[in-house]
Write a protein that binds this ligand. Structure first.
Ligand code: FES
Length: 96
């Protein structure tokens, strides 16, 4: 993913917005990210990724000049991520 790709697809919240929110609000627990535009409160698909990003950012937050490389190493491919979400939602709707 790149900085402006959506991490929470339900609420159109980008990786950059999540990382900025984590940094500014010094997020300690994943549920605090719900206050970042509702991230993670829709279908639930992004919650594991939000938690992973929060933990990684706490260990070593990316600087403005390295954010693209950092995200490429720490987030899934945008297209595959969106496709996996569709499968997740379909399974959820089928009661799997
Ligand atoms: S993708 Fe974030 S709650 Fe659905």
């Amino acid at each position: 993913m790149q900085a402006d790709d959506e991490l929470c697809l339900c609420f159109h919240i980008s990786c950059r917005k999540v990382l900025n929110y984590i940094r500014i609000h010094q997020v300690k627990i994943p549920s605090q990210l719900a206050d970042c535009g509702g991230a993670g409160t829709g279908c639930g698909w992004c919650r594991k990724q939000l938690e992973k990003l929060m933990i990684l950012a706490a260990q070593r937050p990316p600087g403005a000049e390295e954010i693209e490389d950092w995200l490429a190493c720490n987030t899934p491919d945008r297209q595959k991520y969106a496709e996996a979400r569709e499968r997740y939602r379909a399974a959820k709707n089928n009661g799997d």
